[in-house]
Design a protein around this ligand. Structure first.
Ligand code: ZN
Length: 198
């Protein structure tokens, strides 16, 4: 079932979500919910969806970055983002740890802020300790775009959105992004938009 996506302005997107017990995760209701979250993410389409985005304050997010999405990008753009396919999986009660000090800046969007985008600095590499959809503990080490997706979704579970972390002078509508900036190196876009003030 494809669920409606909540947009910015809903309090559920602005407060920390609740932890789930193993019994909660394995319950029929949660399993049905996770299946609906996959369906909703794919219908959007998006590469991640957190439960607060469908109005539920549970620490659950689903992630999937399909090869067919990446194939739609110019190969040099996919390579610059270090974007590789990620198989569908759920994260529950995640704890995120940044590895190293390297960061990356790229345009990022969010299904709860449709039609907008901005440059968001993110850690290049992260480690996430969480439970999977079978309530098994897992440790994920992620690099590049997958690390960005994890940071974005785990932010949602803590009531944070990318607009809280963006370079605000690079915020724009999708149409202008497509018109002016989608084929431009991100550093050039940043220089043109964000170098003349704060
Ligand atoms: Zn989002």
């Amino acid at each position: 079932m494809v669920l409606p996506i909540f947009e910015a302005g809903e309090t559920v997107l602005r407060r920390p979500a609740r932890l789930l017990s193993s019994d909660d995760i394995l319950s029929a209701d949660t399993q049905t919910l996770i299946a609906a979250m996959y369906e909703t993410m794919r219908a959007a389409p998006g590469v991640g969806l957190a439960a607060p985005q469908i109005g539920l304050d549970f620490q659950i997010a689903v992630i999937e970055d399909r090869a067919e999405y990446i194939a739609k990008m110019a190969p040099d753009q996919a390579a610059a983002r270090r974007r590789e396919p990620v198989a569908a999986h759920a994260i529950v009660n995640p704890v995120l740890e940044v590895i190293g000090t390297d960061t990356a800046e790229f345009f990022e969007g969010c299904l709860s802020l449709p039609s907008f985008t901005a440059i968001v600095p993110r850690a290049l590499e992260v480690r996430v300790r969480c439970l999977n959809e079978r309530a098994e503990p897992v440790i994920i080490e992620a690099y590049g775009w997958y690390a960005r997706i994890l940071q974005h979704e785990i932010d949602h579970l803590n009531g944070t959105m990318y607009i809280d972390r963006m370079l605000s002078r690079t915020f724009m509508g999708r149409q202008n992004f497509e018109r002016y900036w989608s084929g431009v190196p991100v550093n050039d876009a940043k220089k043109a938009l964000a170098s003349h003030g704060r």
